[in-house]
Design a protein around this ligand. Structure first.
Ligand SMILES: [Zn+2]
Length: 286
């Protein structure tokens, strides 16, 4: 799933290419993906694009007084076409959700792989008209994200650290992968109670979040969109690396699986050597 660093890279990439261009054609291929109906998608036609920005994991193209917003969810992505052809959509399993062609013939395609269709597209007059944007919490790259702020956010949470870090209403842009990475870098268990961290642990987590996200943004800068996902994978130390050796201590990276996702951690670095119960497995054994 694209998280803050990937969406940041997509935003930069698109901003350079769309700024000052006009929208020539908009073609919706996945009707379920469009979450708004007023203003209509066609209202974008002929408008000048003023740039592309990021809010959390949302990507927003400004078209004069309107915004075209996309949330890529788990399997969504952006393809850039120097020459974008508008062809009739194929019925069935096409990953294409939306095409936007610009006045110079270039354009972008929003795609979503897989069967779980979660990609969301909005056309709005104000970014806060998108419910998920209106309720976003603090952006780790925004002003005011210091250790004290993180401490305050976590202190108000009754749940586990992993859950708190991926809650978009607390922290905007951190998802499953980078929360695993930040917890590993901070040597904290994903299942610690969020409000139980002491000041030193909060400092460590704050530094780890900035380091992990900052590194990922730096590595993805200037890469072609097709290389971004591979780049994300190569930079991860524990996420998606179940069974491999922890690059810090050499212990085996473990996983806790839930219904539709899983988290990874290193027992030696994060849980005092304890192997946490795999939820899926323990349910089967009952
Ligand atoms: Zn380790």
């Amino acid at each position: 799933m694209p998280e803050l660093p990937e969406v940041e890279a997509l935003t930069h990439f698109l901003d350079e290419r769309v700024r000052g261009r006009r929208v020539d054609t908009v073609q919706l291929l996945s009707f379920a993906a469009l979450k708004t109906f007023d203003p209509p998608l066609d209202a974008l036609k002929g408008r000048e694009l003023r740039g592309c920005t990021r809010r959390g994991k949302f990507l927003a193209l400004q078209a004069e007084t309107l915004y075209l917003v996309a949330h890529l969810a788990r399997a969504g992505w952006v393809r850039w076409r120097p020459e974008l052809e508008i062809k009739p959509g194929k019925l069935g399993r096409s990953p294409l959700a939306l095409r936007v062609r610009l006045d110079d013939g270039s354009g972008m395609e929003l795609t979503e792989q897989g069967t779980e269709k979660r990609l969301s597209i909005y056309v709005v007059r104000s970014l806060d008209d998108v419910p998920g944007i209106a309720e976003l919490g603090v952006d780790p790259f925004g002003d005011g994200f210091d250790a004290a702020t993180l401490g305050r956010l976590l202190a108000g949470e009754s749940g586990q650290l992993k859950h708190a870090l991926t809650d978009q209403r607390l922290l905007a842009g951190v998802g499953n992968a980078y929360s695993d990475e930040a917890l590993h870098a901070a040597r904290l268990s994903p299942f610690r109670k969020a409000s139980s961290l002491d000041a030193e642990e909060v400092e460590r987590l704050h530094a780890a979040l900035l380091e992990v996200l900052g590194d990922a943004v730096q590595r993805s800068q200037g890469l072609p969109l097709t290389d971004l996902k591979a780049e994300k994978k190569t930079g991860l130390r524990v996420h998606g690396r179940t069974g491999q050796a922890c690059p810090v201590c050499g212990d085996t990276v473990r996983e806790v699986a839930f219904a539709t996702r899983s988290l990874q951690y290193c027992p030696t670095c994060q849980t005092g050597g304890r192997v946490l119960a795999d939820r899926r497995l323990s349910r089967l054994l009952k």
